[in-house]
Ligand binder design. Structure first.
Ligand code: CNA
Length: 253
């Protein structure tokens, strides 16, 4: 028998008894789709230094470093497809078992899997934007320009700085999305925190606030997190297979 069988059954029971469950996802839900996370061994921070937003604005060297990193990560993001974890969440939403996903991810894979209410706290890598005139560019176009030798793309309309529509460290999170996420944290009765190291703020406060407000907390993550000690159920295993088993239980397969 799977050593986590009891935990899987407990998660299925919690979902069955919940009325306003939400999922809170981090980079770990997409590693099984081939996208590296930040903090695992071999993750992005072991290969690159993050570029802070202010440095991006102030320093040509920082912008060059930023675009080198984006250029090298482009194919990983472009080729990625939803995995069992993304698909399980889409099914949970379709069957009314969760009402929303709050994600720190920028890869768009929840939407590709069919999830409808997805709150992207850290923006999206699905387009780039001019920081001056807000003109949008497709990442494909920007990648073609980078591969053609441009090191720092600028806006073809106004000459402003172009950046991925993702939120960098030091950049404000979208206020409307953040407000909606914190509202959900106050009204939910169950949070599934999936594949997040739960250390990046303010995002990590969302499951904590929900728990402090009386919601149940389930954590599925293959490494320990600072909220493990508060959680009602913790599973230290891969998300895809764990959520698939939870679904099987719920659907009585
Ligand atoms: P993180 O800090 O990199 O943590 C990821 C966590 O997931 C770690 O604790 C891992 O141990 C765990 N993990 C990795 N793979 C699995 C798996 N298959 N099953 C279970 N657990 C796993 O990532 P967070 O999301 O907590 O940090 C927030 C950053 C990461 C946000 O700013 C994101 O925008 C950013 N990010 C996003 C992506 C993406 O969109 N896919 C990729 C890389 C980084």
């Amino acid at each position: 028998m799977n050593p986590d069988q009891g935990a899987i059954e407990k998660i299925a029971q919690l979902l069955a008894g919940s009325r306003r469950a939400i999922a809170f996802t981090g980079a770990g839900i997409s590693t099984e789709s081939g996208i590296a996370d930040f903090r695992s061994p071999g993750g992005i921070w072991s290969r690159y230094q993050p570029v802070l937003f202010q440095d991006f604005l102030d320093s040509e060297e920082a912008r060059r470093r930023y675009w080198k990193m984006k250029r090298e990560g482009y194919h990983e993001l472009k080729m990625a497809r939803p995995n069992d974890g993304h698909r399980a969440l889409a099914r949970l939403e379709a069957s009314g078992k969760i009402i929303a996903i709050i994600t720190q991810n920028i890869d768009g894979l929840h939407q590709d899997a069919g999830s409808r209410r997805v709150l992207e706290l850290h923006g999206t890598g699905r387009y780039c934007i001019c920081l001056s005139c807000s003109k949008r560019f497709s990442p494909d176009e920007i990648q073609a320009r980078l591969e053609a030798g441009e090191e720092i793309p600028v806006c073809s309309h106004c000459g402003g700085l172009v950046k991925s529509a993702t939120i960098s460290f030091g950049q404000s999170l979208p206020a409307d999305v953040l407000a909606e996420a914190f509202d959900l944290s106050m009204s939910t009765d169950l949070v599934l925190a999936l594949g997040s190291s739960l250390v990046v703020e303010p995002a990590a406060s969302i499951p904590l606030q929900a728990k402090n407000n009386g919601a149940r907390l389930v954590i599925i993550n293959n490494a320990e997190t600072p909220l493990d000690r508060l959680a009602d159920v913790v599973v230290h295993r891969a998300i895809g297979s764990t959520l698939s088993q939870v679904l099987n239980h719920l659907e009585g397969v």
